[in-house]
Design a protein around this ligand. Structure first.
Ligand code: HEM
Ligand code: HEM
Length: 395
């Protein structure tokens, strides 16, 4: 599905390029022309828009499937790392594409998110200037984003995707599913690719294209007013796939939310396949029966604790910090970070001693903790934040 959607993006993207004009004055107008005067123009834009959204969702699910079946274990470690590279490229594609219509949504979301780069120590300012092509969002930014979006990203995607598939074949195909503790010597029941696999892939292709088509004829891609640097909308929200990090930023000092946590998580994600594991869990869903139970416990803990944490931070903790005159980097950075770390350590001790968890089960449990925190932050950011980014009800 991910591969089909990428080819769909490249196909529709190439067609969009015939009409799209990458200048601040021309961009918005060209989207209007596309939507109103070009035959099937609006449908084309809708397919590109919804395809991009589905792609993020499907890659995320693919990553979860790979993780929870332990398909990152040898010899598939590097396939996982290449996958992470693909994920970053797709996020880059979405982020750079977001600016292209040059409407209010685009202008302000990109202003706010590139503004965050300032908080990266030492190189942040320079990085921001390079990405924006100057001090603020303008013609140079649009030019840079357009070049990255329509040349660098597609080239990178094609190369990495080929590499991904080659690695999968080098590893002897997909991981063999097995029950906990079962030893499998040989690949069972081989069948010819044609027609067995090909037919299934064809069905998947047709179904995913049909779904994207159905959504695209039913819902138009959003388009705000033309970009106005003098008028910022309230609230200025990031696109939904960045709602989690944006929500985190409301709770933690930017140095932690923008730099330290993403860095730690990125390194940890890449390191997952290279850790030392004491059991062979490749191909077993959730490692073991016990692993499944621990995973469930981790999820329940976060589902209860994370919303409480968000509420406490909204109504209690900031108040305490202000009351005692604690510097922001400590009150909103070091203290909550230490609390999160202690929480994880406490959980580690619990599952290690109470359940004598193996290293695979421990890594899986911590992954689930972080995954659910991320999901809850994302849900809160998308549906429970209103004007001034205050907590509100979604309806
Ligand atoms: C994984 C691949 C890609 C993703 C995820 C992606 C994503 C996006 C997104 C989210 C937008 C904004 C759409 C909107 O809401 O208005 C966009 C616009 C655009 N994309 Fe892509 N894109 C991809 C590949 C490509 C390629 C390969 C090209 C061309 C070679 C391309 C050309 C364009 C153009 C011209 C626009 C501006 C028109 C518009 O905004 O509707 N895209 N893209
Ligand atoms: C554009 C993004 C991606 C595309 C097109 C893609 C495509 C594929 C395909 C077609 C397969 C074989 C079928 C399957 O296992 O479902 C596969 C397997 C795999 N992918 Fe991806 N993938 C992408 C992203 C990722 C990501 C984000 C990760 C992990 C971080 C990842 C890690 C893996 C691994 C480890 C395998 C081997 C699975 C196994 O042997 O069971 N991929 N990928």
């Amino acid at each position: 599905m991910a591969a089909v959607l990428i080819f769909l993006q490249i196909g529709t993207g190439l067609l969009l390029k015939f009409v799209y004009v990458p200048t601040p004055l021309g961009a918005y107008k060209s989207i209007l022309v596309l939507s109103h005067s070009v035959m099937f123009g609006r449908l084309l834009r809708n397919i590109h828009h919804w395809g991009a959204n589905f792609l993020v969702l499907i890659i995320f699910l693919h990553m979860l499937r790979v993780f929870f079946t332990g398909a990152f274990h040898p010899p598939r470690q590097f396939t996982w790392v290449v996958g992470l590279g693909l994920f970053s490229l797709v996020l880059t594609a979405n982020f750079t594409g977001y600016l292209l219509p040059y409407d209010q949504l685009a202008y302000w979301a990109v202003t706010v998110s590139t503004g965050m780069l300032e908080y990266i120590p030492v190189v942040g300012g320079l990085l921001q200037e390079i990405i924006r092509g100057g001090n603020e969002i303008g013609p140079a930014t649009l030019n840079i984003f357009f070049a990255i979006h329509t040349a660098v990203v597609p080239m990178g995607l094609i190369i990495l995707m080929a590499f991904h598939f080659w690695r999968i074949r080098k590893a002897g195909g997909l991981v063999i599913p097995k029950a906990p503790g079962e030893e499998i010597e040989e690949r069972p029941n081989r069948v010819p690719t044609m027609p067995n696999l090909l037919l299934r892939e064809l069905v998947v292709t047709v179904v995913i294209i049909a779904v994207v088509m159905l959504v695209s004829v039913s819902f138009d891609a959003p388009l705000g007013n033309s970009a106005n640097p003098g008028l910022s909308p309230n609230p200025t929200k990031a696109p939904w796939y960045f709602a989690g990090p944006q929500e985190l930023l409301l709770h933690l000092h930017p140095v932690f939310a923008v730099f330290i946590i993403p860095l730690v998580l990125g390194v940890a994600l890449m390191g997952i396949p290279y850790m030392k594991y004491d059991t062979d869990a490749a191909g077993v869903w959730f490692v073991s029966v016990k692993g499944r139970r621990i995973t469930l416990i981790a999820a329940v803990i976060v589902i209860i604790a994370a919303p409480m944490g968000i509420l406490a931070d909204e109504f209690l903790i900031d108040f305490v910090a202000r009351l005692h005159g604690v510097p922001a980097i400590i009150g909103n950075g070091v203290i909550p970070f230490a609390l999160i770390f202690l929480g994880c350590a406490g959980f580690y001790i619990l599952i290690k001693h109470r359940y004598s968890a193996t290293s695979s089960e421990v890594v899986q449990a911590i992954f689930v903790l972080i995954l659910f925190v991320f999901l809850i932050l994302t849900i809160t950011g998308i549906w429970f934040r209103g004007p001034g980014m205050k907590l509100t009800w979604p309806f």
